[in-house]
Design a protein around this ligand. Sequence first.
Ligand code: HEM
Length: 421
Amino acid sequence: MSTPQGPAATGAFDLTDPALLDDPHGGFARMRERAPMVRGTIPGAAAPVWLVTRYDDVKTVLGDTRFVNDPAHVPGRGAENIREQVIRARGIPPEYARYVLDGILDADGEDHIRLRRLVSRAFTARRVAELRPRVAEIAEDLLDRLPGAAEDGVADLMEHFAYPLPITVICELVGIPEEDRPRWREWGAALFAPDPAGFGAVLRDMVGHIEELIVRRRAAPGDDLLTGLVHVHDEDGDRLGDAELVTMVLTLVLAGHETTAHLIGNGTAALLAHPGQLALLRREPELMPRAVHELMRWCGPVHLTRTRYAAEDVEIGGMTVRRGEAVVAVLAGANRDPRVFDDPDRLDITREPDGRREDHVGFGHGLHYCLGAALARQEGEVALAALLRRFPHLALAVPPGDLPRQPLPGMWRLARLPLRL
Ligand code: HEM
C-alpha cells in the first residue's frame, strides 16, 4: 500500500497554499485523480489529515460510524492529547474549549442523537415551509432598500442582502433580539477570519451574551427556539447541560447565517456569470429549486467537513486509515467527481440526479447531514427569485474573476459582490 506524496516538501497538500485558495476546484481535481486519499495540512488540525475527495469515498467517511467526530471515542488513543492539540492549534482559551468542542457537530452516538432530537423539530420540511412567507417578506424589505444603498447604481449584495436575510431569519427563529444581531455579524466575521488571533476574546463575548439571553428568556419566555431549549434545560438538565445549551445557540446562529449568506452570494455571482443559465431561469422560474440544488453542487460555500477520526482501521478506496488518524471529507471534490457527474465543471441548472445517487454532498451526508439544509435551500430559492424578479437588468459590476474573495481554506466566500442594479 503506497502513501501518495503531495506536491509540497512535506509530502502534504497545504490547504493554505495561495494557489489552492485561488483555484480550489483545480486543486481538488488533482488530489482526486492522484489517489483515494492524500495527505493535507489544514489550519486548526493538530496534525496532517487524510483528505478524501472522491464521491463514494466521501460518502463512506461521512456515513460509516467507524469514523467518529470526537477523538475521545477512539479507543486506546491519547484522546485528551488530540483534544489538547486541537485547542492549541485553534487558539481556543482552554476554559472555553467545551463551548467549541462539545457541540452537536462534535458529538457521536447517543449524545449526538439526544442533541439533534432537541432541535430537529424546528427544522423539518413542514416547519420550514411555514416560514416561507416570512422569509419572502424579509427579502422584499431588504430589496426595497437596495437601490438606496447603491452608489452610482452599484450596490454590494453581500452587505445589503446576502448577509442580512439569513441572519434575520435565524435570529427570529432562535430568538436573538434585533439590537444584538449586528454583533453576531461581527463575531461571525472574526471567528472565520484568516488570522484567528482574536478567537478567545470573541468567544468570551459570545458566551457571555448567550448566558445573558438565557437569563432574560427565563424571566420572560417567548415563542422561540431559545425559550424551548431553556425550558428543556431547566426541566431536565440531564438532557441539555449548561454548556450544551450555550453551544447549541452558538452553533445554530453561526451555522444558520454564515453559510447561507454565501450560498446567496456565490449563487447570484454564478448565475450572472452564466448568461444562458440566467436567461433560462428567468424564462422558467419553476426551475428554481433545481437551480439552487445545482448551485450548491457547483459553488456550495462549504468545501470541507469537520475532521473525523478512525475508531479502528478502515479501508478507503484500497488504502488504510489507521485507528486514530484524522480524515476530512472534501465535499467540493466529491461534488465535481466525473465518476458521478457528467461534465462536472459545467453549471447546468437542468441537471437531474441520475436516480442511483442522492446527488450532491454540499450539505454533508450521514448522521451529521446539515440540520438546516431545507431552510438554507428555501432561503436561497426565495432570495434568488425575488432578486431576479425585482432587478431585470442585474449585472456584475466587475468581471467574475475580479470578485474579491475571502481567502479561507475549506470555504468559497465572496468578500463583496458589487452589482449594477
Ligand atoms: C451541519 C453545510 C446552512 C445548521 C452541516 C454540514 C455541512 C453544512 C456540510 C455537515 C458538516 C460535517 O459533517 O462535518 C451548510 C451549508 C449551508 C448550511 C452549505 C447553507 C447553504 C445551515 C443552516 C442551519 C445549519 C441554515 C440552521 C440551523 C447546521 C447544524 C449542523 C450542520 C446544526 C450540525 C448537524 C449535526 O452535527 O448533526 N451544515 N449548512 N446549517 N448545519 Fe448546516
